[in-house]
Design a protein around this ligand. Sequence first.
Ligand code: NDP
Length: 243
Amino acid sequence: MPDLSGKIALVTGGTRGIGLATARALAEAGATVVLTGRDEERAKRAAAEAGAAAGLALDVTDAKAVSTLVRGVAKEHGALDIVVANAGIMEDALLGMIREELVETTLSTNVAGTLHTVQAAARAMMRKKTGAIVVLASIVGEHGSAGQTVYAASKAAVANIARSAAKELGRSGIRVNAVAPGVIETDLTAGLSEDAVAENVGKTPLGRLGRPEDVAKAIRFLVSDEASFVTGQVLGIDGGLVL
Ligand code: NDP
C-alpha cells in the first residue's frame, strides 16, 4: 500500500459505494480525508465509517459551494494534496424516452459537478505546485452503451476533463487522471436485472462484477507518488469487460 501520511485528501460523493471505499482506502494509507455528500448527517456517518477526519454537506452542482468548501478544507488543513471527484448519478433512458430534466440533472452533476471540483482543486493546489486529482469516468464513456446515451456522453466529457486539465496543470506539478470502472456492485447498479448481471459477468474475463474496493485501490495508486509520472490517463477497471 502506498504511504499517504501527511497528505490531505477530499473525496466528493463519499457517503457510499466507490466514494466511501476510496475515502476508507486513502485513510488506511495515512491520509487525512474529508468526504462529502448532499446530506450532512449521512456524510458524517460515512466519515466515521471510513476513518475520515470529517464528513461535510456539498452539492457538486453548486459551483460556489464547491469553491467555498474546497478553499475551507485547504485552509483548515494547511494544504490540499489529493482530490477525488467521484460524485455522480446514472439513470438509463432509451433515446426516444430521454426527458429534458434527465439531460439537465445528469450533465449538471456529472459534467459540471466534476468540472467545479477540478477547478477548485486546481486553485487550491496551485500554490504548493503539487497535487493529484482523479475523476470518475466509465467504460460506457469510452465505448457507448444502448439506453445510456446521456450518461455515456457525460462520462466521455469527464474523461476529457481529465485529459485537458492534465495538459493545462502539468507544469504546475498537478497530475489529473480518470478511472473508467466497468460494472461495480453499488447502489448505482443495484437495479440491474439478473440477466444483465449474468451477461456482464459472462463477458468479463475475470468472471465477476467489480467491487468498490477494486476501484478504490486503483485510485489510491493514481493519487500516490507510485504514479508520479502518470497524468492524463483513463485507467479501465473492469475485469477486462471491454476486451
Ligand atoms: P453511488 O450511487 O453508490 O454513490 C454516488 C455518490 O455520489 C453518493 O455518495 C452521493 O451522495 C453522491 N452524489 C450524487 N449526486 C451528488 C451531488 N449532486 N452532489 C454531491 N454528491 C452527489 O454511485 P457509485 O459509487 O456506483 O459511483 C460513484 C462514481 O463512479 C459515479 O461518478 C459513477 O458514475 C461512477 N461509476 C460507477 C460505476 C458503477 O458500476 N457503480 C461504473 C462506472 C462509473 P449523496 O446521495 O449522499 O448525496
